[in-house]
Every structure is written in structure tokens, then in C-alpha cells.
Design a protein around this ligand. Structure first.
Ligand code: HH2
Length: 300
């Protein structure tokens, strides 16, 4: 067992992720399944014209489904389908348009047996996506923009990811300030978890995410990653999304989005060691390999 390890929460998390809606592919090296850290890679499927690193590449539903299936082959246990960019300064997308973008993709991936999460803050999009086969609601507003989403998750028996964001995407990067970023993010996530359970969502179905890059400076992001174990201590599976984000560019002399894989791998590996268990990334094959090796090293 891995008691005493900062990532010991992970074993319980293995169960939490794979239970319920779960047919998650837990990537555990052969022969080490009892003690090895479990993790799930969440592959990003952005069906948007304007996402910060892959906007416009998969706007055609067929291309998006093909991309998602490739990510699954590469090792993604969950495919996170999104139709609205949350990049800093992004303008909201009307519900109709978001639905048109994501529904055929959710349907296509679910029909092919993929485990799909819907990345949305809108009740109507989440509802339609669940009908189309999504089994996880990934809400970057943590039920703040549409509180009724909690009731939907409860009644449909799906899982949800609740993420911290300071304010809303349009304004979140305008001078974000915290007294203690980790303490405040943790208190926010605890409050949102309490809200969700109060609305009838079983705690076992809730994952939490510190929201790297959502209303945070480079230093805030680093502090959250450095002290991620404090977020893990809440006792729910922790999702991290550092993939290709701008703080990685800033830390490496201005690298462009497509040059940020080394930084993405470094942060995901460290987050695994600190107890995170779901890793939302664009470059699934490479990050999954890095996590496999890291997991075997942390808990052989
Ligand atoms: N990051 C993005 C979107 N959704 N969901 C969770 N749970 N955690 C994250 O860190 C997260 C997220 C932003 O990345 P991306 O989807 O690539 O960009 P865009 O919002 O521009 O589409």
C-alpha cells in the first residue's frame, strides 16, 4: 500500500472514478494494479472556431469524432467535448450554436463506446448532451452560472467536475488577486461540493478542479500546483488542466501553444505525485506515457 505517500488518496479515487458511470480506462502498468497510482487521461475535443490552442481544427463534427477516437486509441479514458471557448476574454456562445457544435460529436463518440464528458456551463447543453450519451458534466463555473445543473446531474445519475474560476472568462485575467490562492480555491471547492450534495448529487459523483489559468497569474498557478495536496485533501478526485496553457509559455521564454508539451508533461507528472487523478490534455499519447512511467516510479 502507499500509506504515508502524499498521493495515498489516489487508491480510493481509483474506485471513485471507475464507479457509477464508469468504464474509465485506468492506465495502470501490468502487474502493479494493486498499489500503483491510478489515473485517467481526459482528452480535449474542442468543437470551436476559437479555442486557444486548437480552435478551428475540429469544427466539422466528423473531424471532431475522428479526433476523439484517435485520442481514445492514444489512451484517453474520457473524451471532454466542448463547444464554447473559455480562453481569457472569450465572448459567450449562444446555446443553439453550442448545441449544434457538440451534439453530433457527443453522439458519435458515445455510439463508438467512448466515455464522454460535456464541457459546458449551460443547463440545456448539459441536458441534451446527457441524452446523447455523455456521462460526466464538466462545468468550469461549478454550477454558478446555472445552479439547476446540480439537480440535472443528481436526477440523471451522472458524474460532474466542479472547477474554480475567479469571476467569468471575459474578465477573469484582469488583475486576479488572492490573499492565499490555495486556501481560497479550497474553500470555494468545498462550498461548491456542499452545494452539489445539498442539491442531491452524491458526493461520490463529484470531482474537483483548481482551475489552472482561470483567473490566476503565473505565480497563482504555480502555488496551486505546488500545494495541490491541500486540494486533494478535500477527499474527492482532483482534475488538473495545465495543457498548453499560457503560464507554460511564460515560464519558457514565450513558447507558442504547440511548443508547450514539455511544460505540460512536467506539470502533469508533478500533479500526479501530489495526488491528482484526472489529467485534461490535448496531447494524450505523450502525457499518458509520461504518467505511466511516473505512476510506476511513485508507487512501484
Ligand atoms: N481548461 C479549459 C477548458 N475546460 N475544464 C476543466 N475541468 N479544467 C480545465 O483546466 C479546463 C477545462 C481550457 O482549455 P481548452 O479547452 O483547450 O481551451 P478553450 O477554453 O479556449 O477551448
Amino acid at each position: 500500500m502507499i500509506e504515508g505517500n502524499p498521493a495515498l488518496m489516489n487508491l480510493r479515487i481509483l474506485q471513485a472514478i471507475s464507479s457509477g458511470a464508469g468504464n474509465a480506462r485506468l492506465l495502470t502498468p501490468d502487474g502493479h494494479t494493486s498499489a500503483v497510482l491510478a489515473f485517467t487521461v481526459m482528452g480535449v475535443v474542442n468543437v470551436t472556431p476559437d479555442s486557444f490552442s486548437d480552435g478551428g481544427l475540429f469544427l466539422d463534427p466528423r473531424a471532431a469524432v475522428e479526433h476523439g477516437l484517435r485520442l481514445r486509441e492514444d489512451g484517453a479514458g474520457i473524451l471532454d467535448v466542448g463547444g464554447e471557448s473559455t480562453r481569457p476574454g472569450a465572448e459567450p456562445v449562444p446555446e443553439e450554436e453550442e448545441l449544434e457544435r457538440v451534439l453530433p460529436v457527443v453522439e458519435g463518440l458515445a455510439a463508438a463506446g467512448g466515455r464522454v464528458s460535456i464541457d459546458t456551463t449551460k443547463l440545456g447543453v448539459a441536458r441534451a448532451a446527457i441524452r446523447a450519451g455523455a456521462t460526466v458534466v464538466n462545468d468550469v463555473s461549478a454550477f454558478r452560472f446555472a445552479p439547476e445543473m446540480a439537480g440535472l446531474v443528481a436526477s440523471e445519475g451522472v458524474q460532474c467536475c466542479l472547477m474554480h474560476m475567479l469571476g467569468e472568462p471575459r474578465t477573469m485575467q484582469a488583475d486576479p488577486r488572492y490573499e492565499d490562492v490555495v486556501g481560497e480555491v479550497k474553500a470555494f471547492l468545498e462550498e461548491r461540493l456542499a452545494f452539489a450534495t445539498g442539491e442531491g448529487v452524491p458526493e461520490e459523483r463529484v470531482w474537483l478542479d483548481p482551475g489552472i489559468g482561470f483567473g490566476k497569474t503565473v505565480e497563482h498557478n504555480l502555488e496551486l500546483l505546488r500545494r495541490l495536496d491541500e486540494i486533494v485533501a478535500i477527499g474527492r478526485p482532483v482534475v488538473v488542466g495545465t495543457s498548453r496553457k499560457s503560464f507554460l509559455g511564460k515560464l519558457t521564454g514565450g513558447r507558442a501553444e504547440d511548443e508547450r508539451l514539455p511544460g505540460t508533461i512536467a506539470t502533469n507528472v508533478l500533479a500526479l505525485e501530489r495526488g491528482a487523478s484526472v489529467f485534461r490534455v490535448h496531447d494524450v499519447a505523450q502525457v499518458a506515457d509520461a504518467l505511466r512511467v511516473a505512476a510506476a516510479t511513485v508507487a512501484p
